[in-house]
Design a protein. Structure first.
Length: 760
């Protein structure tokens, strides 16, 4: 058995008294010691002051008295004065007078009044003191003892030094007084310590006796409570205690009695409840079994995958049976990430990252759930996943994952999109046969180049294909190009052949549909209006010159610029509506210009980038136009003209104008020159330069204008950019022509050609 509580209390009290007594003894003894040391120091200082006063007075007075004797060369008087002074004062150890040549006129010691002429040197007096004016006092060691040495120069009336007088006072009185003071201090300290020890011993003995009595009063009720608690634990429910200590222990005893009474009542109620518990458990078990059977029936027959994931990521055993059919069985306790990784590793990695963000609860939980992966792919099937947080009060307790097989739905959507794309192709062919076929030929050419192109060229070709596919109404091709651009943006090398396969397969399918629709002679068709045929017939009837008729026939093989300009205008209108710019006004000014379709197909193809930039960067929203005070709708102007031997094509927007400061900032980061306006104009055509912060399906990669610039250079032309803040931007493309006429591939539609003076 361990030490009793009473013994512990007594020991604690005695230990406390010992510590307090010891601390008191140490403090008082320490204070007594430091006070004694201070007193001794004070006594020593007083004694030293008395000795110094005595010595300085003696030397000063005799130095004045010796002045006349030395001046009269009274050697004997000087010697007698020194000897008499030493004999009369027992504290004096020696006396000495040295003249300027350090000859002793008078020298006496306590042992013997007279000595030899050189005996004074045994005193080891520092004769250099003669050179120090006034009274000098030092404490030093003389033969046999320590002395206070006082010296002073003897001077005549004019201040000339005649010699120096020395007296040495013994420190024996000082040491004797200090010894007596030390002895007194020790006796007082010992007496104080003895009294404190006696007092401490008495205090400890009395405290021990008092502690035993107090401990007995405290431990007796505690012992009673302990015995009662043990009895209660052994089953004696009627046990009670009677404590009348008048303190907290009495309150504790009352609480124990109340608790014992409550326990007795509780045991009685519990026994009654136990008698009916078995029946209730059986009823509850049957109810839960019915509910579980119904739930299992639902989970086994539903076509959706329902499963729950705990906060630790563990997949619950209760889940839809179709989940096991889709992704395989899951035996035992397993994490959802490990289970689903066997089906789709990429989805598992994305889920793991997203669920970790949900658990961390740093960002809003709804936002984190929206960022969770929505698609799961396995064995050629596609599944859509949605997530719902399981809450337990205010605490997140798990995640409900709902999985739907959307393979058939996506296939139907894809097939519907493909049908719409083919329908758009037929509509474009019907609306603008020549322009559409030129686009197809140009796209075929681009597809042939894109597979073996280097990285910059591949980016430019894919960007051009994307823009023109959107222009001609091929959304699938445009989206596939955009996906290829996204993948290419994170690479340092061109895309491999397998990455381009889906895009090439879709384009091949469209080409096959077009080929089946056109037949073998579909491309040999020439579109003519009845007005053109009537004009030719009239010219033949009026015997027009053969050259004139041949020019008319040659012009039929040319394409009116009205068609590609309207095509660009329709695309701009659709794009503006898509971007929330509202209905826009499109002005077309072809001025009768006709061009060879094949020669200019690439140029019209690349112009889509200028249109996209004009709508995306240039045109303002309705709210912006209202703030800027611009009336009416946003406007774009497309025009062509032949001036002399120059073809001029213009695309102008009446919008914001180019943000040159933004262009300059990006150009500086790219290391491009920005000193002049021409530098900034050249910068906007550099591949990769864009003022957009985010990439969209329309712009943001900085590739489009670079492709346009390269196309214009290949055709031998140049580009001028005219812009004004808040007024808009005009891109002017100028191409030199060898000559103008139907047989030169450029015609204005008039016979003879009468070119317009200027483009607007």
């Amino acid at each position: 058995m361990g030490t009793s509580l009473r013994a512990k209390l007594v020991r604690t009290m005695i230990a406390t008294l010992i510590v307090v007594s010891t601390a008191t003894l140490l403090v008082v003894a320490g204070m007594n010691y430091f006070a004694a040391q201070k007193t001794l120091k004070t006594i020593e200082e007083h004694l030293r002051a008395g000795i110094e006063d005595k010595g300085s007075g003696l030397v000063t007075n005799q130095a004045l008295g010796l002045r006349d004797l030395v001046m009269d060369n009274a050697f004997g008087d000087v010697a007698r004065l020194v000897e008499r002074t030493v004999d009369k004062d027992e504290q004096l150890v020696y006396g000495l007078f040295l003249d300027e040549q350090q000859k002793p006129w008078g020298f006496a010691t306590r042992q013997r009044a007279t000595r030899g002429p050189d005996d004074w040197k045994r005193l080891n007096i520092d004769v250099r003191a003669e050179k120090k004016p006034g009274l000098q006092t030092i404490y030093r060691e003389a033969p046999g003892q320590n002395v206070f040495e006082f010296s002073m120069a003897v001077v005549d009336d004019k201040g000339t030094a005649l010699g120096r007088l020395y007296y040495g006072l013994s420190d024996a009185p000082l040491q004797k007084a200090l010894s007596e003071a030390h002895a007194d201090s020790r006796r007082a300290l010992l007496l104080t310590v003895g009294l404190l020890l006696l007092l401490g011993t008495v205090t400890i003995v009395m405290g021990a006796l008092r502690s035993q009595r107090s401990a007995a009063r405290i431990t007796r009720p505690v012992t009673d409570l302990t015995q009662a608690a043990n009895a209660l634990a052994s089953g004696q429910r009627d046990i009670r205690v009677d404590i009348a200590s008048g303190d907290e222990l009495e309150i504790l005893g009352g609480a124990f009695n109340h608790m014992a009474a409550e326990l007795k009542d509780s045991y009685e109620r519990l026994e009654h409840m136990n008698r009916t518990l078995e029946v209730k458990v059986q009823e509850r078990t049957r109810e839960l079994a019915n509910r579980n059977r119904d739930m299992r029936l639902v989970l086994d027959n539903v076509n959706q995958g329902f499963l729950t994931v705990s906060t630790s990521g563990v997949l619950a055993q209760e889940r839809s049976a179709i989940v096991d059919r889709w992704f395989g069985p899951c035996e035992g306790e397993s994490k959802f990430v490990d289970y689903i990784a066997k089906a789709d590793a990429m989805y598992a990695a994305s889920f793991d990252m997203g669920y970790e963000a949900v658990i961390d609860d740093i960002l809003p939980r709804e936002l984190c759930l929206e960022q969770m992966p929505a698609r799961l792919r396995h064995n050629g099937c596609e599944f859509r996943c949605s997530y719902t947080a399981i809450m337990k009060g205010d605490q997140f307790d798990g995640l409900l994952v709902v999985i739907n097989d959307v393979t058939a739905e996506l296939l139907h959507t894809r097939q519907e999109a493909e049908r719409r794309e083919i329908l758009s192709m037929f509509e474009a062919l019907t609306r603008d046969r020549t322009g559409f076929l030129s686009f197809v030929d140009e796209a075929d050419n681009l597809f042939k180049q894109v597979r073996g192109a280097d990285l910059p060229m591949q980016k430019r070709l894919l960007h051009t294909l994307k823009g023109n596919a959107a222009l001609m109404g091929f959304p699938i091709v445009s989206n596939l190009c955009h996906q290829a651009e996204d993948e290419l943006a994170d690479r340092w090398t061109p895309l491999p052949a397998e990455a381009l396969t889906p895009l090439e397969q879709r384009w091949a399918a469209l080409n096959e549909a077009l080929k089946n629709f056109l037949g073998e002679k579909g491309r040999d068709v020439l579109e003519l209006s009845t007005k053109e045929i009537e004009k030719l017939e009239q010219e033949i009837r009026t015997n027009a010159p053969t050259e004139h008729v041949l020019d008319r026939l040659a012009s039929w093989w040319l394409e009116e610029t009205d068609r590609p300009l309207k095509r660009l205008g329709r695309y701009a209108t659709a794009l503006a509506n898509q971007q929330g710019k509202g209905e826009i006004e499109v002005e077309i000014q072809p001025r009768g210009v006709r061009l060879t379709p094949k020669a200019w197909a690439g140029f019209w193809t690349d112009l889509v980038h200028v249109v996209r930039n004009a709508v995306d960067h240039g045109l303002e929203t309705s709210a912006e136009r209202e703030r800027a005070g611009k009336p009416g709708r946003p406007k774009l102007r497309f025009s062509t003209a032949v001036i002399g031997r120059r073809l001029v094509v213009e695309i102008e927007d009446y919008g914001r104008g180019i943000n040159w400061e933004g262009v300059k900032g990006v150009a500086v980061k790219m290391g491009l020159p920005v000193a002049t306006n021409d530098d900034l104009v050249r910068a906007i055509f550099v591949s990769g330069l864009t003022t957009k912060r985010e990439v969209s399906t329309v712009s943001g990669r900085g590739i489009g204008l670079s492709a346009v610039h390269q196309q214009v250079r290949d055709l031998g032309g140049h580009i001028a950019v005219i812009t004004s803040p808040g007024q808009g931007t005009c891109f002017r493309f100028v191409f030199p022509l060898p000559d103008v006429g139907p047989r030169f591939g450029v015609h204005t539609g008039e016979f003879p050609s009468q070119p317009d003076d200027s483009p607007s």
